[in-house]
Design a protein around this ligand. Structure first.
Ligand code: URA
Length: 240
């Protein structure tokens, strides 16, 4: 008798009975282990169908990293924060904006760039012909330094691995580094922002455009022209 022929003489070309036997054994095993059913909601079926596809693993990765950030106590800022500001936006974004760290309003709401500097950033994004939902927005550090002081090097060191993991989950083509802290940290160059801005840099597959921080623009509105020149470089490269 061939491998796929049945005792009654019928042929089982795809080995269907073997597959059904294996499925039955698996289901019996799961039932014996306490499994009482499956979630067959459209959301779960959609997720299961796309398991393993690169684009579908991104949101799961971001959720998983967020879970770790939410309980982080790697530095002293965990004792003074009200909310962690993880980041938000399009999880498959081509462009990620990276700021320094949460301010007063961000710490209160748990969302990045929602204070006065955030309103200016929103206008910059809209001037590019995009919405906040089209890009991803996050910071170098996830917790507000008391009194909005600059982040300490050890606070940046403690938090940076989270940002690096966020970026490898999102896999953007471009990053706009807002201000000196973001630019120096991402480019690993200890130069003034005035020397780093105005051109695209490369880090692996990502092109990084440093520019002045929106909070700096609120204090120095005459620098808005420079930022717009920088943003135009980005738009040209992105084909916007
Ligand atoms: N400044 C930043 O660098 N990040 C924010 O989220 C808000 C203000």
């Amino acid at each position: 008798m061939s491998k796929h022929s049945q005792p009654n003489g019928t042929v089982d070309p795809g080995g269907l009975s073997e597959v059904l036997g294996a499925m039955s054994a698996t289901l019996n095993y799961m039932a014996a282990s306490g499994c009482r059913g499956f979630d067959c909601s459209p959301e779960h079926l959609h997720a299961v169908k796309r398991w393993g596809s690169p684009s579908e693993t991104r949101p799961d990765d971001l959720r998983c990293i967020q879970g770790e950030v939410e309980i982080c106590a790697r530095c002293g800022l965990s004792a003074t924060r009200n909310h962690i500001v993880y980041g938000e936006g399009n999880e498959g974004a081509r462009l990620v904006f990276v700021g320094e760290g949460p301010g007063y309003e961000e710490d209160k709401q748990g969302r990045p760039f929602v204070g006065p500097a955030g309103q200016l950033l929103t206008k910059i994004i809209q001037a590019m012909g995009l919405d906040r939902e089209d890009v991803y927005i996050c910071n170098i550090i996830k917790c507000r330094p008391p009194g909005n002081r600059n982040p300490e090097p050890e606070e940046i060191d403690a938090c940076l691995p989270f940002l690096e993991r966020q970026l490898s989950a999102i896999r953007p083509d471009f990053i706009c580094a807002l201000g000196a802290f973001a630019a120096r940290t991402l480019l690993k160059k200890d130069l003034p922002i005035s020397r780093l801005r105005g051109r695209l840099h490369s880090s692996g597959n990502i092109r990084i455009l440093p520019t002045y921080h929106p909070a700096y623009l609120l204090r120095n509105p005459d620098r808005k022209r420079d930022v717009w020149e920088d943003i135009k470089i980005l738009m040209r490269e992105m084909g916007l």
